[in-house]
Design a protein around this ligand. Structure first.
Ligand code: BES
Ligand code: ZN
Length: 629
């Protein structure tokens, strides 16, 4: 793999503020540039030699064969006048490669590594070459794609297709330079069966076209992991000036109700950290097999239907994906080792949006849940001999970047930023963050460059701050530094009191729980004793209806607690949930709990056998390792 240097990076220099700020004198441009150098171990592209600038994608979605037939035409920039451009692909059926300055089909090299990196495409070019074109089709092994049969949708009548490109799956449906540091604009013409709608991370239609043809325009440069496509029987409802929701017609009303706060969220986010730069902010509610909670595809967040709780209580996830419109989509992690720069900043930003809309006590509850997740994750990774993965910046050379996708970049990242906020004060911190998003918009950031930048721009302004924060220990050290902020919540203390009352014999119906929102229920469930009797579980279930709760977070937290206690009344519901829902975050802990219970391996495998055909490859790859090895 090739080291990349971003010498051409023309981010705005900070000269304007130089006079005002004495610490700027220590900021050395060359040093900073050097720290922006990085190696992407997960792409064959050679960023300093030749890159793609624009993609024109012509595609036809074939639901019978479950493939996409397409031509990808790239405008290229041969920076060094080299004779080869390198692209990533994986499990693609490449039919023909052409070049604007060459007659007829072009010979090229395909070097297959037979692993998650896929196949290196080496395409011969000249200094004069402007465009290259690749005719190809996807194959059954396209890990980004999930073709759903009608029975797997809400409407049950039409098939559905969606993609999930992050981290390195874009190459399984489009040959591309699949590196977060390479941005390109795109346009697309997509043909789908009549009666279906196609949507991308681009300008989108709001109605189904007569002829099944759709054109897309994405005039803001994005990295490949933000390329996205969804096709199905989809309808649209506007929610505000710049916001709206897409879903199957059967889901659209519930979705519109659930996301009524979305325009307010966008306004709030803008008031915190500057303008929303992507035009529209829409969300599509996908079928339940979507393997993540949400994915921040520009202009069109992809979301799991498991956040439709009916009471708007799980919309922090929308705040999270929206926040990525700044942290991630504007300022992008250079390589997957730096993913905390995307996710940690986003969890922080999400928490600030929730604080504005639902109040500090609500945001504090979310922060405490995040603290619990963080400590659980550190304990798990340490136990599994992976303590090195508790560092904010993880080592992913020769590893699938999916392995870096733990709670660490999210929750440890969040707590570091919270610590900085508390140390320097919210005003200075917000000012810093706002200008950070502005200055590095549409550019990449490495961990090293960020550390250098924040030290010079913020932390060194006060002698005491560096010692109070201990940035290096947070970024490169294992575990949780002892200066991690402690968040308190009176609402959680009240939950703990009620839990104690129940443990002392109070009936569930007498507990003061009528005002509880999802975080309170989660705190209650997570703190139930590990061992419970059949009677105890039954009385809780009768009192609160956990087993049949329509709230996916609550129901999965409940399953995790009762499975080890062999609560038979929940067995059927657990199985139904595992067959219906494909969101990996829920599946992994539930299957783990089953594995640990009596006769667990047999039961887990028998459920998995039924459920696996419903899962997207992201989830089944993880679960195969857990259940089939
Ligand atoms: N961008 C992530 C999902 C992702 C990260 C996919 C890395 C593949 C590789 C998305 O924004 C995310 O974090 N989703 C979370 C939402 C939650 C933290 C609110 C999820 O899916 O659970
Ligand atoms: Zn995220």
């Amino acid at each position: 793999m090739i080291s990349m240097s971003i010498l051409a990076c023309n981010y705005q220099t900070a000269t304007e503020t130089k006079e005002k700020d004495t610490t700027m004198k220590t900021f050395d441009e060359e040093t900073f540039q050097a720290k922006l150098n990085y190696t992407d171990y997960h792409s064959y592209a050679r960023i300093e030699e030749a890159v793609v600038n624009h993609l024109s994608w012509n595609a036809e979605v074939d639901f019978d064969q479950k493939v996409i037939n397409a031509t990808a035409t790239y405008k290229i920039n041969n920076k060094k006048g080299v004779d080869t451009i390198y692209l990533d692909s994986r499990n693609l059926n490449i039919k023909e490669v052409r070049r604007d300055d060459h007659e007829g089909p072009l010979g090229y090299m395909a070097h297959d590594r037979s692993n998650f990196l896929g196949t290196e495409l080496a395409i011969p070019i000249n200094p004069e070459t402007n465009t290259i074109s690749i005719d190809y089709s996807t194959t059954k092994g396209a890990a980004a794609l999930q073709f759903l049969d009608p029975v797997q949708t809400a409407g049950k009548k039409h098939p559905f297709l969606f993609t999930q490109s992050q981290a390195i799956l874009a190459r399984t449906w489009i040959p591309c330079q699949d590196s977060p540091g390479i941005r390109f604009t795109y346009d697309a013409n997509v043909t789908v069966p009549k009666g279906m709608m196609a949507l991308m991370s681009a300008s989108n239609p709001s109605e189904i076209s007569e002829d099944g043809m759709y054109s897309f325009e994405m005039d803001q440069a994005v990295p490949s992991y933000l390329m996205a496509l969804a096709v199905g029987n989809i309808s649209y409802q506007s929610l505000g000036n710049e916001t709206g929701v897409y879903a199957e017609p059967e889901m659209i009303e519930a979705a519109a109700y659930e996301f009524a706060d979305m325009q307010n969220m966008v306004d709030t986010a803008e008031s915190l950290y500057g303008p929303y730069r992507w035009g529209k902010y829409d969300v599509i509610v996908l079928p339940p097999s979507f393997p993540f909670g949400g994915m921040e595809n520009p202009r069109l967040t992809f979301a799991t239907p498991t956040i439709i709780a009916g009471d708007r209580s799980l919309t922090a996830l929308i705040a999270h994906e929206l926040a990525h419109s700044w942290s991630g989509n504007l300022v992008t992690n250079a390589a997957w080792e730096d993913i905390w720069l995307n996710e940690g900043f986003t969890v922080y930003f999400e928490n600030r949006i929730m604080e504005e809309i639902f109040g500090a006590d609500f945001a504090n509850m979310l922060a405490i849940l995040s603290y619990q997740d963080l400590n659980d994750e550190i304990a798990r990774l340490t136990e599994e001999g992976k303590a090195a993965d508790t560092r904010l910046r993880v080592e992913l050379k020769d590893r699938d970047p999916d392995e870096g996708l733990t709670a660490i970049p999210y929750d440890k990242g969040f707590y570091l930023l919270k610590l900085i906020e508390e140390t320097v004060g919210r005003e200075k911190w917000d000012e810093f963050l706002k200008s950070y998003f502005e200055k590095f918009a549409f550019r990449i950031m490495t961990t090293d460059a960020f550390v250098y930048y924040i030290n010079n721009q913020l932390i060194n302004q006060n002698e005491a701050w560096a010692d109070q924060i201990r940035l290096d220990e947070w970024v490169h050290g294992e575990g949780l530094p002892d200066n991690c902020p402690i968040v308190n919540s009176t609402r959680f203390i009240q939950v703990e009191d009620q839990l104690a009352a129940w443990q002392n014999g109070a009936e569930p119906s007498t507990l003061a729980s009528t005002e509880w929102m999802t975080p309170e229920w989660l705190h209650f469930l997570r703190n139930l004793p590990n061992e419970m009797s059949e009677d105890q579980m039954k009385s809780l279930d009768d009192g609160f209806g956990f087993t049949n709760s329509g709230n996916s977070e609550i129901v999965s937290a409940w399953f995790e607690k009762v499975i080890p206690n062999n609560y038979q009344k929940a067995e059927e519901a657990t199985e139904e949930f595992l067959i219906e829902v494909g969101r990996r975050k829920f599946l992994v802990p539930i299957y783990k709990a089953i594995l640990k219970s009596d006769n667990g391996k047999t039961r887990a495998r028998s459920i998995y056998e039924k459920a696996r055909p419903n899962y997207h490859a992201v989830s089944s790859e993880t679960l195969d390792k857990m259940l089939l090895d």
